[in-house]
Design a protein around this ligand. Structure first.
Ligand SMILES: [Zn+2]
Length: 307
């Protein structure tokens, strides 16, 4: 029986589900199922937990059995206990809420947790736009700015398990206070709502559309975001030796309007000592990248267990 893994991606609006299947050569798994339902976050953590388990059981009936389940979460969690520390985009008493083990028990399989931006990175680096990269930086541009690093096909989580917080590096020491408490994080100066507010429109997508139509305020807002994004990318490229940057998230629906100014701004930041060749590419897996990455995290955990 070919090994299959389940991924559940908990988002502020949707729970996304993916099932992946190990390839015969053991190299690149394939996606055999994906689905999504509304999170129903307003009803609180217990309700969301029930919905996650119900979706897992449905996927099991359709495509099981699974070796394990991966759960992608849009925030911080405790690796040891599998409990939530911070979920800024979901209402209710999430702090300290045990999520991993109840899902594992409810589905009768080993469960593992992964941050949603790291799940995105793992998915794009394994089966998406970054596959084959030596060192890949994944970046999600949306409500917040997330990220992750893959080195030689493996997610790099660092000494404490949460390396890759691309959006929380300082790029403007005198800039605004970020949601994390630091001053001048990339996220504070380049997230969607910052771009929209500076352009005087309702969201970042509208800002890019207005910039394309020649609106001066929108051009300045999007160029400012590109300026700071380029600093952040160049910093990581210089220190870690990235060859491929995969950009995803809601703002990337503006596509080349985001990519081209960013490439131009990045070119000014890269020198002989940083990198000769860095490729910026759009994510390839669409809205289910996080769920696919969560399933891939379960696969990595399964491989670790069987060693
Ligand atoms: Zn921050």
């Amino acid at each position: 029986m070919t090994k299959r893994y389940l991924g559940l991606d908990l988002g502020g609006t949707y729970i996304k589900i993916a099932v992946i299947e190990e390839a015969p050569d053991g190299v690149r798994p394939t996606v055999v199922y994906s689905d999504k339902v509304r999170t129903g976050g307003a009803a609180g953590p217990e309700h969301v937990l029930d919905r996650l388990i119900a979706q897992g059981l449905k996927a099991f009936d359709l495509h099981g059995p699974f070796v394990g389940v991966g759960i992608g979460v849009p925030g911080l969690f405790d690796q040891a206990t599998g409990s939530i520390e911070l979920l800024p985009n979901l209402p209710g008493p999430w702090e300290g809420f045990l999520l991993r083990d109840p899902i594992g028990d409810g589905l009768g399989m080993p469960a593992t947790m992964i941050n949603d931006a790291r799940a995105f990175t793992l998915a794009e680096g394994t089966v998406g736009a970054g596959r084959g990269a030596s060192v890949m930086l994944g970046v999600t541009l949306g409500t917040g700015i997330g990220g992750g690093i893959m080195i030689d096909g493996k997610l790099h989580l660092g000494a404490f398990g949460f390396a890759g917080e691309f959006g929380h590096q300082t790029v403007d020491p005198t800039g605004p206070i970020c949601g994390c408490g630091n001053r001048g994080c990339l996220e504070a100066v380049a997230k969607g709502s910052t771009i929209a507010a500076a352009a005087g429109v309702k969201n970042a997508e509208a800002a890019y559309a207005a910039a394309a139509a020649g609106d001066q305020g929108a051009i300045e807002a999007t160029e400012s975001a590109a300026f700071f994004m380029a600093i952040a990318i160049a910093n990581v490229v210089t220190v870690v030796g990235v060859d491929t940057v995969v950009l995803g998230g809601g703002i990337m629906s503006a596509g080349d309007q985001v990519l081209q100014p960013l490439e131009a701004a990045l070119a000014k930041r890269l020198t002989l000592v940083s990198a000769q060749e860095v490729t910026l590419v759009k994510a390839a897996l669409g809205g289910h990248a996080g769920a696919i990455g969560a399933a891939l995290a379960a696969r990595v955990a399964g491989q670790t267990r069987s060693r």
